[in-house]
Design a protein around this ligand. Structure first.
Ligand code: MD3
Ligand code: FE
Length: 218
């Protein structure tokens, strides 16, 4: 069975206090499904290798390496800034297709009528992190963002609509899924650190996060 846990008809998940529009599905993928998805990702990475994005204007490299799946991919570099584009910044080729398990997760957890257009693959080495930011490079903020985690557990931080709003932290473990819609869609968020040795899925440790998004308005 690909997906563990709830039967159809169960509620969408558990919401931590204060998080309107935030849905957490701990253990959404069981160990077998995690390993199968990892194999699909390894094949995709052969077609669309990880690249190191750089910050707009400064050119400072991200500590997270990235690639994308689907019709559009998120990229960033010094001169072009944050953007979505249909091709890999280094190979110039289209992004690989999204695996079915991701399309299924989008429907089951996000519950949005139109399909996702972008799956950003974030690859965290054990020391990588992601500073507090908003996701606002999409045209459609009505669509949710759906995230799946693989590998070592992340200490994730979620705030409010202003950078200075209070934040709360929780752990995202291998196989966990999360959806952010409505108020939480434009909330500040980041990854403070990866907790080493918390999963055996990746032999060298580290973490992969897959983020499914709608970019254009359907
Ligand atoms: C909360 N990635 O790629 S995924 C990103 O774990 C990103 O790699 C993090 O933030 C990661 O932009 C977090 C969960 C997530 C994705 C989108 C969000 C949380 C979000 C949008 C709004 C609020
Ligand atoms: Fe983000």
């Amino acid at each position: 069975m690909a997906i563990s846990g709830r039967k159809s008809g169960d509620d969408a998940g558990v919401s931590p206090p204060g998080g309107s529009g935030l849905v957490l599905r701990p253990g959404y993928l069981d160990g077998v499904a995690q390993a199968a998805l990892l194999e699909e990702l390894r094949a995709a990475l052969g077609e669309a290798p990880l690249f190191t994005p750089t910050m707009p204007r400064t050119g400072k490299p991200f500590s997270v390496r990235m690639t994308n799946l689907g019709p559009l991919g998120w990229v960033s570099d010094r001169d072009g800034g944050y953007r979505y584009q249909a091709t890999h910044p280094e190979t110039g080729r289209p992004w690989p297709a999204m695996p079915d398990v991701l399309l299924r997760a989008w429907g089951e957890i996000g519950g949005y009528g139109a399909p996702p257009e972008a799956c950003l693959v974030n690859w965290y080495a054990p020391a990588a992190r992601m500073g507090l930011h908003q996701d606002r490079d999409e045209q459609d903020f009505d669509a949710p963002v759906v995230s799946l985690s693989l590998g070592d557990t992340a200490l994730f931080r979620l705030g409010g609509l202003k950078r200075s709003d209070p934040t709360r932290s929780f752990r995202l473990a291998s196989g966990d899924a999360m959806a952010l819609a409505q108020e939480s869609r434009l909330a500040f968020h980041g990854v403070d650190r990866i907790l080493p040795g918390t999963s055996a899925l990746l032999a060298k440790g580290g973490r992969i996060n897959l983020t499914l998004r709608r970019v254009t308005r359907p």
